[in-house]
Design a protein around this ligand. Structure first.
Ligand SMILES: *Cc1c(COP(=O)(O)O)cnc(C)c1O
Length: 349
């Protein structure tokens, strides 16, 4: 079967609000310390294969043991390792569509079948339908994205708990992708314990403003982390990435402030969009999904590009017809977006 690649267009415009990156870089002090530490790297030696300093720092950050932490080159590599370990021919992964397209994509790349469960009309997961599908379809892995990309919606704690219960009974592993976890009001990290097959993935790409570094990780039971370490390539995580990951955690306060500023900007964006002729979905992430009511989404997207603003065209995704997704940028970028969108809608495209 031919697979379509994953493409997020990198168009050259002034305001890029299409890939959910942080509009601000990480703190200057962090960048200086990384540069100093990188200057002292033993370039002729392999990096620490067990990423011990990084896993210890993340474990302290989350109040778990280092043996509960698995690190990789972005949370996408974490998911790929999970699916290489637990998926493969004859096994299936379950996803709740519409959701992050890389979940199904990575599953297929690893030869894992994909079982799709549709979300409800309000784009949340129906816990009874999810539990029923898990019991009937017996997936090896259940992937839950919360807050969900591209909708921004966070599942209620009771929904994720119900999914974990059903999966536990069916012998399935649940992975909650929390790429946007710190933007949300609750985290599934509290459902992770030493035994049950539940894990949470996080990334440095969004809230930590470090998309350039390629670093993500999973918090889960020890038995899971041990299996993943057996499957992932040796020395996959280079010395520079490990250094950056450790030092970033010393700047948690700045991360929390940055996330706070973005949440405030998100609320400003939502309020402004609310006064335009668009439908909106509630977001607990750093982006907002909306649907222009009168102007076709493709025309709005093109009109914005013509005005130097790039957002994500999600209108072709099944279940998301007519929608667009905008990343929360800096206050200036958000103003440029709102001005351009107001113009485009008034002009009819
Ligand atoms: C951006 C994003 C990621 C991040 O992937 P990395 O490989 O860590 O950069 C993971 N999951 C979702 C849902 C995302 O939107």
């Amino acid at each position: 079967m031919a697979l379509e690649g994953y493409h997020s267009p990198q168009v050259d415009v002034a305001v890029r609000l299409n890939t959910n990156e942080s509009p601000e870089p990480p703190p200057e002090a962090f960048r200086r310390r990384v540069a100093e530490a990188v200057a002292a790297v033993d370039w002729h030696r392999y990096p620490d294969r067990g990423a011990r300093a990084l896993r210890a720092a993340l474990a302290a950050h989350h109040g778990v043991a280092p043996a509960n932490v698995f690190c990789a080159n972005g949370s996408n590599e974490v998911l790929q390792t999970v699916l290489l370990t637990y998926g493969g021919p004859g096994r299936v992964a379950m996803v709740f569509e519409p959701t992050y397209r890389l979940h199904a994509h990575i599953a297929r790349i690893t030869g894992t079948g994909v079982v799709t469960v549709d979300r409800t009309r309000d784009l949340t997961i129906d816990p009874a339908a999810a539990a029923d599908a898990i019991t009937r379809r017996r997936p090896a892995v259940v992937l839950v994205c919360s807050p969900n990309n591209p909708t921004g919606i966070a599942e209620a704690p009771g929904v994720v708990t119900r999914v974990c219960e059903a999966a536990g009974e069916a012998g399935a592993l649940v992975v909650v992708d929390e790429a946007y976890g710190q933007f949300a009001r609750w985290s599934a990290l509290r459902l992770v314990d030493g035994e049950r097959p539940v894990a949470v993935t996080r990334t440095y790409s969004k809230t930590w403003a470090m998309a350039a570094a390629r670093l993500g990780y999973l918090v889960g039971p020890t038995w899971l982390v041990e299996r993943l370490e057996q499957v992932v390539l040796p020395y996959h995580l280079d010395a520079v990435t490990q250094i950056a990951g450790v030092l970033a955690l010393d700047h948690e306060a700045e991360m929390r402030e940055r996330v706070g500023r973005l949440v405030a900007e998100r609320e400003r964006l939502v309020a402004a969009l609310g006064s335009l002729d668009v439908d909106l979905w509630p977001s607990e992430a750093n982006f907002v999904l909306f649907r222009p009511r009168r102007v076709p989404a493709a025309d709005v997207w093109r009109g914005l590009v013509d005005r130097g603003v790039l957002i994500r065209d999600t209108s072709g995704w099944p279940g998301l017809e007519g929608t667009l997704r905008v990343t929360v940028g800096s206050p200036g970028e958000n103003d440029r977006f709102l001005e351009a969108l107001t113009e485009v809608i008034a002009a009819g495209g």
